[in-house]
Design a protein around this ligand. Structure first.
Ligand code: J2J
Length: 542
């Protein structure tokens, strides 16, 4: 797998080790180590089960034994598409004990995304729930398996149904426990995360043991994590944000507890806060108004909640101020992060106005940040430019994507985030926009070209461009500008149905369709999205 991954230059790696950012630990030994230190404390709670560290460790050993018996081992990639249930973590750590590599997919992904990710990673197995949110994942898995020959195993949490070729997750645990764990190098890839994407097909982000452990630890330190920490995962645990910023792994690293909520509904989550004495949780800006409204009427005791993180899309200053005033006893923490690495957090002791108006500053002293103009020259603090970054937990290249990497990284290894920011003298960043071709729909990232490529195949469409428009509820909604082939422009519902038919995740369907007579083009013949953005700013067309 090494030739597929761009590693840090030896000099940087040596410095990160020497300064203690990177250690010797790996996720393979993580649970055994935490069990030795915190054995009978509660590690994981979900709607059905409650597991101590010792129980999680031994269950994971058994599942790892079952996976090994199927032939899964070191370096094998395994797609994971599970909701927030303890089995997610059991499977994740079982894979780590084998030296196998979980590939995090999103709950909403369908055959288009899953087939692509299976092929790209040459995954040997795919882990699914039977039915989730009324969607039968077994049908999806059968369809993907028929397309991707490397995908040998489908592992089902729940009932495999008629698919005798699938393996029930519960049966894995009845095998012989794994006798010997692998001992990967801390610099080996531990997991593959999904990029929000801009061009073409979704990209995968390799994260190493050393870099990902440091990410969780450094984030936990900023949040004041201790063994008393109880983290409530309200968003999907597969997200980097929920998993490790500091998230579930950050809590487990210090002997805390991870509570997995099956959904982010505030009344249900507030009950969990009271019942489990939750100290920290994390949501996105789209949920903030709902949590604020429930806060006014709830009878739940939220006094344990020290920190409420909000991130993954821009939180408006006004809503931030309201969270600060309406959640007394809880500190708002703005989170600006990316699966690629760099994580910015406001600090617990920052002035309230800094917390309300900035998206935090990098968690590590070794994070290098540049804010540059179109010619890659640094702009002074206070001016807007593109954010470039490099550091001990930021990737140096996407997985198996040399051409894309050549464009997305500077020669000296800075990652071009595509985010437009202003840096204050204090180092805090204010996110003001984006130069990448992506829509951030309530925290869910829609790669414009991926959707355009699908819709371009629609018989009623001559050409199409997808752009973000400001939206009261979602922050941004997606607008499709369509030049129709005939008289009639396909409707939003027709486009959504067309995308579903092609196996594309539902959240990528356009929220609005506008008709164009001709597509504006740049002098080199590309779609001119600047012109379209101006049209959007001018308001709705007739
Ligand atoms: C504006 N844009 C933001 C913010 C992310 C923690 C939190 C979020 C993610 C995440 C993550 C933003 N204001 N506060 O991985 O560890 C946009 C930026 C960024 C992109 C990354 C984490 N917080 N964004 O959202 O990989 O455009 O990660 O580059 O999904 O989300 O998206 P993603």
């Amino acid at each position: 797998m090494t030739s597929d991954v761009v590693t840090w230059p030896a000099e940087d790696a040596a410095r990160y080790r020497a300064r203690g950012y990177w250690g010797e630990e790996t996720f393979a030994g993580f649970l055994a180590d935490r069990t030795a230190r915190f054995g009978d404390r509660t590690a994981v709670v979900d709607d059905r089960v409650r597991l101590t560290y010792a129980e999680l460790d031994s269950l994971t050993d058994r599942v790892a034994g079952g996976l090994r018996a199927l032939g899964i081992g070191t370096g094998d990639r395994v797609l994971v598409q599970l909701p927030n249930r303890a089995e997610f973590l059991v499977a994740w750590f079982a894979l780590q004990k084998l030296g196998a590599v979980p590939v995090h997919t999103q709950p909403g992904h369908r055959s288009s995304e899953i087939t692509h990710l299976s092929r790209l990673s040459e995954a040997v197995a795919y882990l699914i729930p039977d039915v989730h949110n009324r969607f039968d994942h077994r049908e999806l898995a059968a369809a993907v398996r028929a397309e991707v020959p490397t995908l040998k195993h489908v592992l089902v949490v729940g009932d495999p149904g008629e698919h005798s070729e699938f393996t029930a997750f519960a049966d894995l645990a009845s095998a012989q426990p794994l006798e010997r764990r692998t001992t990967p190098s801390p610099q080996d890839v531990a997991l593959l995360l999904l990029s929000g994407g801009t061009t073409g097909l979704p990209k995968l982000i390799p994260r190493t043991h050393a870099d990902y452990l440091y990410n969780g630890r450094a984030a936990g330190e900023v949040c004041g994590h201790t063994g008393e920490t109880v983290y409530l995962a309200a968003l999907p645990v597969a997200f980097n944000y929920t998993m490790n910023c500091p998230g579930v792994l950050g809590a487990l690293a210090v002997g805390g507890t991870a509570v997995l909520a099956s959904n982010p509904d505030p009344s249900y989550c507030f009950d969990l806060v009271e019942r489990e004495r939750v100290t920290i949780s994390a949501i996105n800006p789209q949920l903030a108004p709902l949590w604020l409204a429930e806060r006014e009427v709830t009878t739940a005791d939220l006094s344990s909640l020290r920190v409420l993180q909000i991130g993954s899309a821009r939180l408006s200053d006004d809503v931030a101020r309201k969270v600060i005033s309406d959640f007394p006893g809880t500190t708002l923490q703005q989170v600006f992060g990316m699966a690629e690495g760099l994580l910015c957090l406001t600090r617990i002791d920052d002035e309230p106005e800094i917390i309300a108006t900035t998206q935090g500053r990098p968690i590590s002293p070794a994070d290098e940040v540049r804010v540059t103009d179109d010619d890659d020259r640094d702009v002074p603090d206070g001016e807007v430019g593109e954010l470039l970054t490099r550091g001990p937990y930021t990737l140096r290249g996407y997985y198996r994507a040399p051409e894309h990497n050549a464009r997305t990284f500077t020669e000296d290894g800075f990652y071009r985030t595509g985010d437009r920011v202003r840096r204050l003298r204090s180092g805090h960043l204010v996110v003001v926009g984006r130069s990448k071709d992506q829509i951030n729909r309530g925290g869910e990232k829609i790669p414009a070209t991926e959707v355009e490529n699908h819709l371009q195949a629609h018989p009623g469409i001559e050409s199409i461009a997808l752009l973000p428009a400001p939206d009261e509820e979602l922050g941004e909604r997606s607008v499709a500008f369509v030049v129709p082939t005939g008289e009639k422009t396909p409707t939003r519902r027709e486009l959504a149905a067309f995308l579903t038919e092609r196996g594309v995740a539902a959240y990528k369907a356009p929220d609005e369709v506008r008709t164009l007579e001709t597509m504006p083009l740049t002098p080199v013949g590309k779609m001119d999205k600047k012109v379209l953005a101006t049209l959007l700013a001018e308001g709705p067309t007739a």
